[in-house]
Design a protein around this ligand. Structure first.
Ligand SMILES: [Ca+2]
Length: 159
């Protein structure tokens, strides 16, 4: 009896709930951008060697909501041992200068507060890239520049 209960608990933790056909609960949401034949590529945002506590929330925004019809990506993930990695399937129009913003939400309130690191990058994406966040050095966090709360979209759309 005990073993059965334990097995069920482990199954729940492992995410057996996804069997109902829902998308995987990896924190990634992609909206907008009609499938009109535009070549689109995956984008991975990866953090490494970060001096942030395990469990720190990273909120990642891909794209610019005020650009009509642009495909947008959003994810909320935890930093684990100074690292994280999120892949946004087919989120980038090939070669476009896509806005990418990362907020380390230190107090986990979903809001950009003074003193919380905001990182931005707008380089073109063209070919299965990974954009890397590293511990800050010389004003940059790896591929990202230091941004401000003005770069973080507080009212990110859901559709
Ligand atoms: Ca915050």
């Amino acid at each position: 009896m005990k073993k059965t209960r334990l097995t069920c608990l482990v199954a729940l933790i492992a995410g057996c709930g996804a069997a109902d056909g829902a998308p995987p609960d990896n924190g990634v949401h992609i909206i907008r951008g009609a499938d009109d034949g535009t070549p689109r590529i995956d984008l991975t945002i990866a953090g490494e060697g970060l001096d942030l506590p395990t469990g720190t929330t990273a909120i990642i925004q891909i794209g610019t909501p005020s650009h009509e019809g642009e495909r947008l990506g959003h994810a909320v993930v935890d930093v684990d041992a100074g690292a994280f990695s999120v892949t946004f399937p087919k989120v980038c129009e090939s070669g476009s200068y896509k806005q990418k913003t990362v907020l380390f939400d230190l107090d986990d309130d979903g809001i950009c507060d003074d003193g919380e690191p905001v990182l931005t990058d707008t380089d073109a994406v063209d070919g299965g890239p990974t954009v890397v966040v590293r511990a800050p050095s010389d004003g940059a966090w790896g591929d990202f520049l230091v941004g401000t709360c003005a770069d973080f979209v507080a009212d990110w759309p859901t559709e």
